[in-house]
Design a protein around this ligand. Structure first.
Ligand code: PLP
Length: 438
């Protein structure tokens, strides 16, 4: 709450601004009000305290490790050139020429091509950009899907996903004004292909925009793209993959095939676009997202987009929904696309798989009554009956009500990210044990 004294401090500072005709206050005239400097030191102290607790964040999909020193040295190199120092802007299509030289499209293009290779996109048929977040990448995928399907058929598509999908999918489908068709999920939290097929046949006059989740948010289920492909065969469709978390690590595991654009046994594309968050598995220190599709999808989309959007002002159709885009993040995230950093990511992927197995085995042997579940062997997520509120707070556990064997109960989950070492997991298990005894 703002105290009267602090309020007066703000009001006096405000009066200076009005008196100076909205000019920025001259540092000679206005010194920092005392309330603000105490707020500053309180804020800094509390954040310093928090930094030491970051490894306890077990309930949300964020890699809390600090990136390697090489990343910070790259960041300093960029800063010396002016990137991150004065205003750069990645407005427009990173694969097109830009009228303003202060952008980092070249880094953005290269990182997209490098990550696209991990997902099996053909080098000569790749398009994408670095978005603001996984949600932003999903928005572009769904918008692209809706636009091309409508252009091909003249009919509004319907949007298919399960209730296990991330809540942002419901928001985005509302934003895009599409009707949702909820597809049943199977017990391991993946989309039931038979139900998808039957719902598509009930809606045969509308094309289908299918949002498949590779790593559902609470249960870690994986929708099977080939099963989805078979269910939609013969019907006009677009498949977008929301692989916000799992899309980061699966390419380094036995589950690589689950996010591959093509498969050696299937010549055709298996999906149309993919979204992956950069701050989740990769550990980029602020939110960003990969959005990757094919050049051919992009061209089809952009032909329609150019009817909506007058490209004259920036010299080309931007291909992205937002106009101004961050230029610093693509240049910085480019570091994560180099071969050395990908080797680190491969080690992290192995580490989280091993530690999830460790957590699951420990839960099964010591707390079977909590009903622990790991939906599949490639998931880093284990959910179980909610422990005490104190533990939920200490480890920032996400909780949800679920129904299992017709009993409704509150559950929590742990997502084993690269900072969740065996030591942290053991401390968590010991805490669980202590709380059970009390
Ligand atoms: C499956 C899934 N999709 C999308 C998102 C949203 O991603 P972001 O936080 O990068 O917007 C999440 C976040 O947890 C998620 O789990």
């Amino acid at each position: 709450m703002v105290s009267r004294r602090r309020f007066l401090g703000y009001s006096i500072a405000g009066m200076f601004t009005i008196a100076s005709g909205c000019r920025p206050p001259d540092s000679q005239q206005v010194s920092s009000p005392p309330a603000s400097s105490s707020l500053k030191s309180q804020f800094l102290d509390s954040k310093m305290g928090l930094a030491g607790k970051r490894n306890y964040l077990l309930g949300y999909p964020v890699n809390m490790n600090t990136p390697p020193e090489g990343f910070f040295s790259w960041r300093r190199q960029l800063r010396r050139t002016g990137i991150g120092d004065f205003s750069y802007n990645n407005v427009g299509n990173p694969f097109a020429e830009s009228p303003i030289p202060f952008h980092t499209h070249d880094f953005e293009r290269e990182l997209i091509l490098r990550f696209a290779k991990n997902y099996g996109f053909p080098a000569n048929d790749t398009w994408g950009f670095l978005s603001h977040s996984g949600t932003d990448s999903n928005m572009h995928g769904m918008y692209m899907g809706r636009t091309v399907l409508k252009a091909r058929t003249g009919v509004e598509p319907k949007c298919y996903f399960t209730k296990e999908a991330h809540y942002s999918i419901q928001i985005l489908r509302d934003l895009l004004g599409m009707e949702s068709i909820y597809v049943d999920a199977l017990p391991d939290a993946w989309m039931d292909p038979a139900d998808l097929k039957s719902k598509i046949s009930e809606n045969k006059n509308h094309p289908a925009l299918v949002v498949a989740t590779i790593g559902t948010t609470f249960k870690g289920g994986i929708d099977h793209i080939d099963e989805i492909g078979k269910a939609v065969e013969g019907h006009e469709h677009y498949i977008h993959l929301d692989a916000a978390l799992f899309g980061g690590y699966l390419p380094y595991t036995d589950g690589k095939n689950l996010v591959q654009f093509t498969d050696s046994s299937i010549a055709e594309r298996r999906y149309d676009s993919i979204a992956v968050s950069c701050h989740k598995f990769f550990g980029f220190p602020s939110p960003a997202g990969l959005f990757i599709t094919t050049q051919s999808n992009f061209d089809e989309f952009n032909k329609e987009y150019s009817n909506i959007h007058d490209p004259e002002y920036i010299g080309h159709v931007p291909g992205t929904i937002t106009c101004s885009r961050d230029a610093v993040k693509p240049a910085e995230f480019w570091y994560f696309s180099n071969a050395g950093d990908m080797r680190r990511q491969a080690k992290d992927a192995l580490f989280i798989m091993e530690n999830t197995t460790f957590l699951m085995n420990e839960l099964l042997s010591h707390f079977p009554h909590l009903n622990p579940v790991r939906s599949n062997s490639l998931s880093n997520t284990v959910y179980f009956k909610k422990p005490s509120d104190e533990l939920v707070r200490k480890y920032s556990l996400a909780t949800m009500h679920l129904t299992s064997n017709s009993e409704r109960d509150e559950y929590a989950h742990v997502m084993v990210m690269p900072h969740a070492s065996k030591k942290v997991i053991t401390e968590f298990l010991e805490d669980m044990d202590k709380h059970m005894r009390n």
